[in-house]
Design a protein around this ligand. Structure first.
Ligand SMILES: Cc1cc2nc3c(=O)[nH]c(=O)nc-3n(C[C@H](O)[C@H](O)[C@H](O)COP(=O)(O)OP(=O)(O)OC[C@H]3O[C@@H](n4cnc5c(N)ncnc54)[C@H](O)[C@@H]3O)c2cc1C
Length: 408
């Protein structure tokens, strides 16, 4: 197990500087345009693919970095550039992690490369768990997958919502109910291969922030996928369901379902995205406060402004440390016994909302306009307290973990 470290090594610093260069030179200059267009920034994703930032290899390398700092460092830099564009670049990763966490080696080898495509023909992937009546309450999921033994196919029906890249993805990973009696323990994840009949995009959402990232409903109407598309395979599913039934009978121990495993692993990564947005807004605010003069002196000369910046920097650093710790724990297989993953996401996402709002205040009227990036960063930051488990759900997880009580 790697020791926890609070410093990037030389190799990581090199990768960080390379990512920062891409974020500063390619992502940031394109941010305002794609925010207004509210479209997937395909040319930017292609640029990222050309230099190796949009690729399975790159994320696998960061994902398996034993220090745990690879993914948070990468997320922070890309989201420092712009949250909407960065989510378009890394959104495929959520589906890829779903396959890496639950799939067989063969499934990983077959499907993950098709999620990314290549630099000349980039592709996206979508992870579809949320439904109109099943957001925080994952157990209310209705999308049903039924096994057709004669054909060795699964038939999937239902409506997914809020899917990042939903409908425009090459590969969709869909979570569905296979045993309604078992609640969230009766869920399984499926690959829906490219061009599968019956899968269609529903409405595309017009959003408050991260507008360069495509978010849409995905409608599944008698979608048939081969048995080999069940992540982990049928034998493993049958075993897991049998265990869950036993436990349900005994009224015992909770087992994690496939979708929850994906979310748990990705929480510190979302925290790192929030740190990136917060840092970006803080830097703009610091620069502005040093140069903007009122009453014959820079506005930072007032404690009222300087202390806000001091608070912002402190909160961002604290958020980063929580994120790094949780990420190190996740990579090294240390269980989140005090809900450290949720703590990192809760604190970093709330920090991003607070810090971006303070940045607007420090820029005064300019902060409120689209001439400066902090209003976009503030709109973008609101997503971090919502997706992959709202702040309220993180507090619930933390409180339950600490108390052992079934707090509601
Ligand atoms: C831009 C965007 C991208 C997304 N991308 C994806 C994706 O790629 N794939 C995917 O599957 N999903 C995705 N989501 C869905 C996201 O994970 C859900 O929106 C989120 O889990 C919350 O669910 P909900 O919107 O239904 O809100 P609800 O669950 O309806 O919650 C509404 C409010 O009630 C609160 N609440 C609910 N239950 C409790 C409780 N027990 N205690 C206290 N408060 C509670 C919530 O915290 C929240 O404030 C995305 C969402 C957005 C907005």
């Amino acid at each position: 197990m790697a020791e926890f470290t609070m410093e990037l090594n030389d190799e990581q610093k090199e990768v960080r500087d390379w990512l920062h260069g891409f974020a500063a030179d390619v992502i940031r200059p394109a941010a305002a345009e794609w925010d207004e267009r509210e479209e997937t920034p395909w040319p930017v994703i292609q640029e990222a693919a050309k230099v190796g930032i949009y690729s399975l290899d790159f994320y696998a390398q960061q994902y398996f970095d034993p220090t745990g700092l690879g993914i948070p460092m990468a997320m922070e830099e890309l989201f420092w550039g712009d949250a909407g564009i960065a989510l378009s670049i890394v959104g495929t990763g959520l589906a890829a992690v779903g396959v890496l966490a639950n799939g067989t080696e063969e499934q990983i080898g077959t499907w993950v490369p098709q999620m990314y495509g290549d630099a000349n023909d980039v592709k996206l992937a979508a992870f579809c768990s949320s439904e109109p009546d099943a957001g925080s309450d994952v157990a209310s999921m209705r999308t049903r997958a039924v096994y057709d033994e004669a054909k060795d196919e699964w038939v999937i029906n239902g409506t997914k919502t809020w899917a990042t890249n939903g409908g425009i993805a090459n590969v969709h990973v869909v979570v569905a109910v296979v045993d309604p009696e078992l609640g969230s323990k009766g869920h399984a994840s499926f690959i829906v291969p490219p061009n599968t009949p019956g899968l269609a995009q529903g409405q595309k959402f017009k959003k408050h922030g991260i507008r360069a990232s495509h978010t849409a409903e995905v409608v599944l109407d008698n979608v048939r996928v081969p048995g080999s598309c069940l992540l982990g395979g049928k034998a493993k599913l049958d075993e897991r369901l049998a265990r869950a039934r036993e436990r349900a009978k005994a009224g015992g121990e909770r087992v994690k379902n496939a979708a929850m495993a994906t979310f748990e692993a990705s929480r510190p990564a979302v925290g790192a995205m929030a740190v990136g947005t917060a840092r970006a807004a803080y830097e703009v605010a610091l620069d502005y406060a040093m140069t903007r003069e009122q009453f014959g002196r820079p506005i930072i000369d007032n404690q009222g402004v300087a202390f806000q910046l001091a608070e912002m920097a402190t909160q961002i650093d604290a958020a980063r440390l929580l994120v790094w710790r949780a990420s190190w724990m996740a990579v090294n297989g240390k269980p989140f016994t005090a809900a450290e993953g949720s703590m990192s996401k809760l604190f970093a996402s709330e920090t991003a909302k607070k810090v971006t709002a303070q940045a607007i205040q420090i820029l005064g009227g300019n902060g409120y306009t689209r001439e400066y990036p902090v209003e976009r960063m503030h709109r973008d930051s609101a997503i971090y307290t919502i997706f992959e488990g709202t702040s309220e759900i993180q507090r619930l997880v933390i409180a339950r973990t600490l108390s052992g009580m079934p707090i509601r």
